[in-house]
Design a binder for this molecule. Structure first.
Ligand code: HPA
Length: 284
């Protein structure tokens, strides 16, 4: 279990690398938008392994760097590659950098992922704006002693994906001539893909997309008061929805095909988001 001191130490180590730069928006890049990190201007790159208490990515398709700089007119902190519970990390470890970023000054979070489509109206290659999320049984980053400096014990989850940010995303997509789906992200830890029965169950419970990430980070982010925007890139139809079984490589192939559009959407959103009340660096 992390202590508040661990978060402070990580934030201090990063501050020493970026001073006087103060990030105000954290971007967590999943499969398909990793290339966005290359668009960051004046980038300062800090590998996860150089930050105290920060775990490293074991997943080959996730680079494992914090990238600080300017993107879409904002001071961003980009996570180029994220951690997953299926790598053997706890939900608290997966969410660690979200809290560190909050201490550094980030008040907005844009989170992206690759996901399977559960809604029959969706198509491979579609992008879904996340309206809400479902976590039923899988680990939760807030379990354990509550760190009051981040938020209260009983975290409100009734408006996690900020409505104002979603409106901005709809406007940006429409200006780019892109169709944007909007729906509920359902979380399983993986690493195995779901069974057709699990996908049917998730659909009955309200899922539009299914994936193995995002939810731990978003719970921690809601707890410490971020305004949150999330996108899923639908890289495949979920198990049982199409005749053929899941084809290895399908997720990365679709992500490769759609990445330009996806990167443009996220950059457009950075420009369009209402910044809201500014938080001071480490001013929690
Ligand atoms: N299931 C879970 N996670 C995923 C999927 C899926 O079908 N596609 C991409 N990530």
């Amino acid at each position: 279990m992390y202590t508040y001191q661990d978060y402070l130490e990580a934030a201090q180590a990063l501050r020493e690398r970026i001073d006087p730069f103060v990030p105000d928006c954290l971007l967590i890049l999943g499969t398909g938008v990793g290339a966005l990190a290359e668009r960051v201007e004046g980038a300062v790159v800090v590998p996860y392994g150089e930050v105290p208490h920060q775990r490293v990515s074991t997943n080959k398709s996730h680079a494992g760097n914090f990238v600080f700089g300017r993107l879409g007119g904002r001071n961003v902190m980009v996570m180029q590659g994220r951690l997953h519970i299926y790598e053997g990390y706890t939900a608290e470890e997966v969410a660690f950098p979200v809290r560190v970023a909050r201490l550094l000054g980030c008040g907005d979070l844009i989170v992206t992922n690759a996901a399977g489509a559960v809604n029959y109206n969706y198509r491979v290659g579609d992008i879904m704006l996340i309206s809400d999320q479902i976590r039923l049984f899988d680990p939760d980053p807030l379990i354990g002693p509550n760190i009051e400096a981040f938020g209260g014990r009983w975290c409100d989850m009734s408006d996690v994906y900020t409505e104002g940010h979603r409106q901005a995303a709809r406007r940006v997509a429409s200006a780019l001539g892109m169709q944007l789906r909007e729906g509920v992200y359902f979380y399983f830890t993986g690493p195995q893909f779901e069974t057709p029965a699990e996908i049917r169950a998730a659909r009955i419970l309200g899922a539009d997309a299914i994936g193995m990430s995002t939810v731990p980070e978003v719970i921690a982010a809601a707890h410490c008061g971020y305004r949150i925007l999330g996108f899923s890139l639908l890289t495949n139809m979920a198990a049982g929805m199409v005749k053929r079984a899941y084809v290895p490589g399908e997720v990365t192939e679709t992500a490769e095909r759609v990445k330009e559009r996806f990167c443009n959407l996220v950059t457009g959103c950075l420009e369009a988001l209402d910044k809201g009340p500014q938080t001071e660096a480490g001013g929690m």
